[in-house]
Design a protein around this ligand. Sequence first.
Ligand SMILES: *Cc1c(COP(=O)(O)O)cnc(C)c1O
Length: 807
Amino acid sequence: MIITKEQFKKDFEKKMLKLYAQEVENATIQMQYFTLGYLIKEYISEGWAKTTTRYTKYGEKQVYYFSIEFLLGRLLASNLLNLGIRNTVKEALNEMGLNLKSIEDVEVDPGLGNGGLGRLAACFMDSMASSGIPGNGNGIRYKYGLFQQKIVDGYQVELPENWLRDDNVWEIRKSDKAVKVRFYGDAWMKPTDDGKLIPVHTDYQEVLAVPYDTALVGYENKTVNTLRLWNAEVPNYADEPRGELNFHKVLLNKREIESISEVLYPDDSNHEGRVLRLKQEYFFVSAGLQSIVTQHKEAGRPLSELHNFVAVHINDTHPAVAIPELMRILMDEEGMEWNEAWHVTQNTMSYTNHTIMSEALEKWPVELFKDLLPRIYLIIEEIDRRFREILTAKFGEQQDQVEKMAIISGGFVKMAHLCIHGTHSINGVAKLHTELLKSQELKDFYMLYPYKFNNKTNGITHRRWLMLANPELSTLLDDTIGTSWRRNPQDLKLFKKYKRDPEAQRKVEIIKQHNKEKLAEYIKEKNDIIIDPNSIFDVHVKRLHAYKRQLLNALHILHQYHEILENPNYDMVPKTYIFAAKAAPGYYYAKEVIKFINALAQQINNDPRVKGLIKVVFLENYGVTLAEKIIPASEVSEQISTTTKEASGTSNMKFMMNGAITLATLDGANVEILEEVGDPNIVIFGMTEKEILSYYRNGGYRSREIYESDIRVKRVLDSLVNGHIKGIPVEGVDIFKSLIDYNDEFFVLKDFDSYVDAQKKIDSLYQDRFTWNKMSIENISSSGVFSADVTVMQYASGIWDTRIIER
Ligand SMILES: *Cc1c(COP(=O)(O)O)cnc(C)c1O
C-alpha cells in the first residue's frame, strides 16, 4: 500500500484518541503499540476482504494447511514490511518522537508451536501469501502457548505462557462462523425399511468451535490470506432445537470443553496427553472441514468436485482424522456414496511426513479412539477393511505383511498408515529424508503407492529471517546487487560474484561484527556474562533433544577446557559457545543436559585459567523472537544431529542465509546445503548414512571401547562423575551411563573424534579472514533456493495443483 507520512500521522493520532482519549505525547508504550497495531489491522482489512471475495467469486482452488502448530512470531514488523510501509511508518513515528523498534518490542511472541514443524507452517503461510497462492491456515487458538522457560540454578523452570493476557490486535472473532464438534456417545449403523444402513450417533457431547481469523499479508502484493484458529467453547444450549436443557451438566462440562483449546502440548516428537490430544486433533480438523464444506456449498458448487476447488494439507499426522472426518461429512451429512466420497477425499488430501523416528509415529489405542470418536472409528474400520482387501490382493497369503501395513492393527489406529492410504501425495521434507522413507521406514508403502511419494525440501521465509532479522545485511545486498532478491530470493546468487571483493568482504564482516556486538549487549543484560565480540560465535539453538546432540557440543567444550588446563600454551581461537533450547517438561534426560551445559558454563566462565579463550552462554526461553536476535550474530551454525535422525532442519537454512558457516553431519537438509555451497564452504564431519544404517542393521557398536581407548573421551567422561565439574552429581552420572552403560544410542562418542577435527578446521578457517568472509558470502548467496517461496511453489504445482494468482 502507499501512504504518506503526513497521512499516517493523522491516522495514528486519530486512532490514539479514539482508543484511549489520549494525545500521542502522553501515551504509554503499550498504548503506542495497540494504537499502531489496530491501525495497521485497519490498513490490512480492505485487501483482506477483497482477497477473500476474489477467491470465492472466481472459484480459485484454495489450499488449507492443517497444522496443530503455527509458530508465527511477532506480526507487527512483518505486517509493516509486507505492506511496504515500514520505513514510512518508522520515519513518521520518529517525527512524532516515537521509536518503532521499542513499540515492536511490546508485542508478545505467540508461541503456538514447539519448534521446526510449527515454524515451517508459519513460513509457508508467509510465502503462500507472498507468492499469491490462495492459502489458508487451520489450527487451534491455544490459550497458553509453549511454556516460558526460565533457568534457575542451571535448571529449566517452566512458566505458563499467557500470551492472550492483553489484547491480541491481529485476530478477529467470527462468532457467526462457529460450528459444533461432537465427541463421545454411541454410534452404529441402523437398518432402514428399504434394506439400507444409515449411521446413527447419539448421546454425544457437543463443543462449540469459534474461529479467530488472522490476516496473512503478502509481500508487496494484493494478497491477504487467512489463518483460522479455533477456540473451544460451551455451546449455547438454549439454541438447541431438541431443547435438551441441562444447565448443571453444561456447567460441569464447561471446564472440560474449554480445556480443548487451553494448552499446546510441549512435546514435538513423542505424542502425549492421550485423550485430550486426540480431542484437540479432531476438534480443529472437524471445525475446519465443516467450514470448508459450508463455503463450498454456499458458492453453489457440487461436492463431487470439492477436490477441484479445495486442497487440504495434513502437516504431519496430527490432523490425520481429516480423512475419516471428510468421509463422514460427505456421507452422513451430504448423502454421498462411499466410493465417490473416497474419491473426493483422497484427491483433496495430501500429507507431509516429518519424522522417521518410530517412537514419534502417532498411534492410538483402539479403545480410547472408539470411546472418544465412535462414528469416526466406524469409518476408519471400513477404510481399514477395504485397505486390507487391496493388501490381500497384492500379498495374497502373506497375512503378516497385511497386518503390518493395516491401519487398525495390534489394538492401535496407525495414523501414518491412514494418511498414506487416504491421500494422493506423501512428501518428505528433505532429499535424504524422502529417500529414507522410500527405502526404509515406509518401504512397503512405497512399493504399494510409488506414485504418491515425493520430496519437498523445507524452506524459510527470507523476509523474516533476512530482511527483518538482519536489516544491515539487507541494505548491503540492495546496494551491491539491487533489490530484486527481496521479491525473488534466488537472485541472492548475484552476490556470489562479490565473494573475493575486498570491499564486500569488509562490509559483510563489519555487519557481522555489529550484530555480534548487539547480541553481546543482550547477553550482558540477560545473563550478566561479558563475552568478547571478537571471539568466534559458535551457536547451537534448537529444541533440546538427544538426537540433536547438544551433548556432543558440550563434551567438546569440556575437552577443550581440559586441553587448556593441561597445556597453558594451548593454541585456540577464542570462542563463545552459545546455546538456547527448551526441553519438553517430561523429558528428564534433556533437562539433565541443560543442567550440564549450565554447570559447564558456570565453571568455565569463572575459571581464570581459561579467561579470554572460552565462554559458554545458555540463553533462556528460545523462541522465534530470540532466534531473530541470535542468528544474524552467528558465525558457526551447529547442525550436528545423528545422521538420519533430523528430517530436514530449518534453522540450518536461517543461519546460512545470515552468513554463518555450517558445521554439520550429513543429515537432513544439510546434504542439500552442501550441494548448494560446495564442499569448501561448509565443514562436514561424522558418520555417513551408510555407516549408521549398517550399525542399525548389524549392530556392533561398543561405546565403551571408545571410552577405554580414547584418552580424551575418558578424561571428559570421567570429569562428569568425579566431581571435577561442579553441580552435576546426578546429571553427570546419568549422562555417563547413557553413553557407556546404555551404549550411546546417538553415537556421540563415535563422532567425537571427527567433531574435534571439524572444530579445529573451523578455527583455522576463521583465522584466515579472506577465506572466512568468502565462505560467508558463498553461503549467503547460495541460500536463495531455501526460501520457502520456492518450496511453496513446488507444493502448489506438484501437490495442490493451485494457480498462482499474482505476485
Ligand atoms: C527455525 C526454528 C526452529 C527449528 O530449528 P531446527 O534447528 O531446524 O530444529 C525451532 N524453533 C524456532 C523458534 C525456530 O525459529
